[in-house]
Write a protein that binds this ligand. Structure first.
Ligand SMILES: NC(=O)c1ccc[n+]([C@@H]2O[C@H](COP(=O)([O-])OP(=O)(O)OC[C@H]3O[C@@H](n4cnc5c(N)ncnc54)[C@H](O)[C@@H]3O)[C@@H](O)[C@H]2O)c1
Ligand SMILES: O=C(O)C(=O)C[C@@H](O)[C@H](O)[C@H](O)COP(=O)(O)O
Ligand SMILES: [Zn+2]
Length: 369
């Protein structure tokens, strides 16, 4: 069963769409295009060895590698290439890549002609379990991550697990950072969220791991498409993660993948929840054990300026005057507004003062790296 392509659905009424998960899912792309599509722009990166056949003429457009490619300038370049290719509202954009490609191509599709259809063939673990689904598209500003964007749902998503064969080890680990997040949101098979859920997820065949994460994300998105409330749980670990990434983008020597930053952010959120009396030390240790067990860092690299991180966190999109953090607690993980900056500063000092411990690498079943 798990080797076949499964079809999950993001239930959004007239904009509901399928997410195909499994080996060879990309070969169904042609059948997923909106009827009447006459051509597509395939947006990808030079280093991604994945070909797609949409069954209609295509123009192949490459975007640069890395987080620094998520810029408004790159969106303009893409949109001008769409004009050059004669793309109309009857055509489509197909993103073939990881989260950088789908965030960029999705946002370009959302803007071009005020919105044309787009589809994603997700080729990283992180994109398959998270970035390709849910319709958050956008780019960074020098001031911070994902500060400009749109909710623009894809027409369909292919999570073709065959494409992961060429994924570098570090990108596998980064994808597991988002999977660690899911482990604290839900407990599959009746287990409570946390270490047991992470172990249960990791024990599944790869296709099933991806499908479980997609199912969790699809349910949350269907319930709260535009992040009025519950969807914020998908941002667990992201308030510090985005600040770390923003500091990296601002020219520091920080080199963190998104999933690595999320792993550190999950542990930070646990420390903050403990400081606020929401969880105990054992639960913090559980967060550390989960991320380290997945081969991910639980502490930021040394030498970071806490005030730069605090300034970046103040620009988080969940903030409403004071900071909003997604925190674990007696009711599980939930958004918590009104977190005083001094408390965050104190917990940050605690974390930055800790001695980094080496992550313990271990690959889940079906995962490489
Ligand atoms: N929109 C969302 O809901 C959402 C969710 C999570 C993350 N994100 C965003 O996604 C981005 C991170 O995405 P990512 O982790 O996929 O990183 P990425 O897109 O930068 O890809 C990582 C690297 O893997 C390469 N690559 C991709 N597929 C490959 C393949 N099959 N074989 C070999 N190499 C391959 C890429 O060229 C790149 O060098 C961040 O910008 C993050 O903010 C968005
Ligand atoms: O889909 C969501 O909602 C998420 O928050 C998923 C996150 O993993 C992802 O990193 C997302 O891009 C963060 O969005 P942002 O709104 O905090 O920029
Ligand atoms: Zn994320």
């Amino acid at each position: 069963m798990s080797r076949a392509v499964q079809e999950l659905v993001v239930e959004l009424g007239p904009r509901r769409y399928p997410v195909l998960v499994g080996p060879g899912a990309r070969h169904q792309l042609a059948a997923l295009l909106p009827p009447g599509t006459s051509k597509v722009a395939v947006v990808t990166q030079a280093g991604i060895p994945v070909e797609v056949d949409p069954g209609v003429p295509l123009v192949r457009l490459e975007v640069p590698d890395g987080e620094s490619a998520k810029t408004l300038g790159e969106v303009e370049r893409l949109c001008r290439a769409f004009v050059a290719a004669g793309l109309s509202r009857a055509d489509a954009v197909v993103a073939v890549g990881g989260g950088v490609v789908s965030d960029l191509a999705g946002f370009a599709a959302a803007c071009y002609h005020r919105g044309i259809p787009y589809l994603t063939v997700a080729t990283t673990l992180l994109a398959q379990v998270d970035a390709a689904i849910g319709g958050k598209t956008g780019v960074n500003l020098p001031e911070g991550k994902n500060l400009v964007g749109a909710f623009w749902q894809p027409v369909a998503v292919c999570c073709d697990t065959e494409t992961l064969a060429s994924l570098p080890a570090r990108e596998w680990a980064s994808g597991r950072g988002e999977m660690a997040k899911y482990a604290f949101l839900t407990g599959p098979d009746g287990r409570p969220p946390g270490a047991g859920a992470a172990a249960a997820l990791a024990a599944l065949p790869l296709e099933e791991q991806v499908a479980r994460c997609v199912a969790v994300k699809a349910a949350v998105v269907a319930d709260d498409e535009r992040e009025g409330g519950r969807r914020m749980v998908l941002n667990y670990g992201h308030t510090l993660a985005h600040a770390l990434e923003a500091v990296g983008l601002a020219g520091g020597s920080l080199d963190l993948r998104h999933g690595e930053a999320v792993a550190i952010g999950l542990v930070f959120a646990a420390l903050l929840a403990r400081r606020l009396g929401r969880i105990d030390e054992d639960r913090v240790a559980e967060h550390r054990a989960v991320v380290e067990g997945l081969g991910l860092p639980s502490l930021p690299p040394p030498g970071l300026d806490p005030e730069m991180l605090l300034a970046a966190m103040a620009r988080d999109k969940k903030a409403r005057g004071e900071l909003t953090f997604v925190l674990d607690g007696p009711r599980g993980v939930e958004p918590v507004p009104g977190i005083p900056v001094d408390v965050v500063r104190e917990v940050l000092a605690e974390m930055l003062g800790s001695t980094p411990s080496a992550p313990v690498p271990s690959a889940p079943r079906g995962g490489r790296g």
